[in-house]
Design a binder for this molecule. Structure first.
Ligand SMILES: Cc1cc2nc3c(=O)[nH]c(=O)nc-3n(C[C@H](O)[C@H](O)[C@H](O)COP(=O)(O)OP(=O)(O)OC[C@H]3O[C@@H](n4cnc5c(N)ncnc54)[C@H](O)[C@@H]3O)c2cc1C
Length: 505
């Protein structure tokens, strides 16, 4: 991005707590934008547990731009098709990922082993000069400091790190989040009935059974939708491992992962599914499966400290159910966004407080929307047989015959969702937000509707005499403009119909 202003360059030190996928991605984005980053991780070794993960186009763009994709190489798999199925395997929806979605969105929809993804991110972060300290569990932060003083991060080992900004990227049980809301619990630790098994089977095993092998003839993503449960499968590890996420509502709500008897209960829960996938469930090695609760954090009132020296990102701020494959993606978007706005602080265009306020203002509603869409997609995939599931399947059916469609309940292929969620570019959003902030700074808003001069120019003033110079609409004087402001307010709040009925709009 071209420099926005010619401010004085500033040194900025950020301490990120938590080297999960979000924290490491954020560290790359920040380091690339001139920020000095210290990344603290409680685990004695870096890594990710679990199995596969989708890296949708809204974040594959960053893996490519940051050079992470080059490190991961062929372990990133781009699948060709998505098949939406009923429990018995009947196909009801379809998305042609390559070339259609790939070409229209411009970036791949990858599936990858979490360990490969994390290793790739760490390699690039280290190359960018990020200082990563393992075995560094943070137990306390100090941020109520005098202006100009640095905030402090304390580890259980007794280390102290001073930084201009502390970022809590420490997951659902975030110590940093809890420090921001002293005396209040913001933990999403109340048990949830929403949970999922993660399981993997090598392709070499699947190939041994001709019926099961039908599912790996091509590189596909498969979704089997059923009554309060579903299975989603996709290839990982260069197309050599069949990865499954098996979502369901469990009878005893949970807040921690468990591994007891998982293979047995999983086979029992999904025994009536498509016989091909049931055969693959039989191949899952005993003791290899865990069941995960799908915990939701927030929406929180704020992600920032009053002193604007602490910010939350990723699961610490907004963990979500996994049904849109957006938890890690949203964390990485947060990181990319922070990279841009903090880069502007380094360039001297905006202050740290301004950068963080832009981040919170733009990213909070995005994350909240994704939390909601993720729930909704779970509801769509969990519909029991009946009129609603029939309506869902009928609405997806144009996809099966290759017809043009504008909307679909298959949200992974629905044009509205693909463009709104999977084609979103967090860096461009951040650049636009900084520009808008600088352009609108100090501008009076028009009336109670909060319309800025910039938008009034675009939609209204261009056709008014003198570019609206003599109009009260452009002056933004709420008193002179009471009637228009009221009209705008009604329209913004969705009450336009009443005005229409009165002939006022
Ligand atoms: C079944 C399932 C499937 C999913 N599938 C997808 C998918 O396909 N795509 C997708 O985008 N997302 C998916 N997700 C969500 C995704 O896994 C999470 O949203 C993501 O991993 C969150 O990353 P994070 O870095 O914010 O937090 P975390 O991964 O929780 O990382 C937090 C890090 O902070 C460290 N830490 C914690 N406390 C401290 C402390 N006090 N001091 C120092 N370090 C600390 C932890 O050790 C950890 O390394 C899925 C989730 C589930 C459960």
């Amino acid at each position: 991005m071209a420099p926005i202003t010619n401010g004085t360059k500033k040194d900025l030190t950020v301490c990120i707590v938590g080297a999960g996928l979000g924290g490491v991605a954020g560290s790359i984005a920040m380091a690339k934008n001139g920020v000095k980053v210290i990344l603290l991780e409680q685990a004695p070794e870096l890594g990710e547990i679990g199995a596969g993960i989708q890296m949708t186009p809204n974040v594959s763009r960053f893996l490519i731009k940051w050079g992470v994709a080059d490190v991961i190489g062929k372990n990133l798999v781009e699948f060709e098709e998505l098949n939406m199925r009923k429990q018995d395997g009947t196909k009801v929806g379809y998305t042609h990922m390559i070339p259609e979605v790939r070409n229209d969105v411009g970036w791949p929809w990858w599936v990858v082993h979490r360990a490969h993804l994390h290793d790739g991110l760490v390699a690039v972060a280290q190359k960018q000069g990020v200082e990563i300290r393992v075995d560094s569990r943070v137990d306390r932060i100090e941020y109520d400091v005098a202006p100009g003083q640095k905030a402090k991060v304390f580890t259980t080992k007794g280390d102290v790190v001073e930084a201009d900004l502390i970022i809590g990227s420490d997951g659902v049980k975030s110590v940093v989040r809890n420090s921001l809301f002293p005396g209040q619990s913001t933990d999403p630790i109340q048990p949830t009935p929403n949970c999922a098994y993660r399981a993997v089977v090598p392709y070499s095993e699947v190939r041994k059974d001709p019926q099961a092998a039908e599912l790996i003839e091509k590189l596909t993503m498969e979704v089997w939708m059923a009554d309060h449960k579903y299975i989603i499968s996709y290839p990982i590890s260069g197309g050599e491992i069949f990865n499954m996420v098996l979502s369901h509502h469990c009878t005893t709500p949970m807040s921690e992962w468990d591994s007891e008897d998982c293979v047995k209960t999983l086979r029992e829960t999904y025994k009536d599914f498509d016989p091909r996938v049931v055969k693959i469930l039989e191949m899952i090695p005993e003791g290899s499966v865990k069941r995960w609760p799908l915990l939701v954090t927030g929406p929180l009132k704020t992600w920032l400290s009053p002193q604007r020296n602490v910010a939350l990102m990723g699961d610490a701020a907004h963990s979500m159910v996994n049904h849109m494959a957006q938890g890690a993606a949203t964390a990485m978007e947060d990181g990319a966004f922070l990279g841009v706005v903090l880069g502007e602080v380094v360039k001297g265009s905006i202050s740290l407080a301004e950068a963080l306020e832009i981040y919170e203002k733009v990213r909070q509603p995005k994350a909240y929307a994704k939390q909601q869409i993720s729930f909704i997609n779970g509801a769509i995939w969990h519909l029991p047989d009946g009129a609603e599931a029939d309506a869902r399947d009928a609405a997806m059916s144009p996809e099966l015959s290759g017809k043009q469609y504008l909307r679909s309940p298959n949200l992974y292929g629905d044009p509205v969702t693909v463009l709104g969620t999977y084609a979103y570019d967090a860096e461009v959003d951040a650049q636009d937000a900084v520009r808008a902030h600088l352009e609108y700074k100090g501008q009076e808003e028009i009336g109670v509707a909060g319309v800025t001069k910039k938008l009034a120019d675009v939609y209204l003033n261009w056709f008014l005499p003198d570019g609206g110079a003599k109009s009260h609409a452009v002056k933004g004087n709420a008193k002179e403009n009471a009637e228009d402001a009221a009209r705008l307010q009604v329209a913004v709040e969705g009450g336009g119909k009443g005005y229409q009925a009165e002939g006022k709009l």
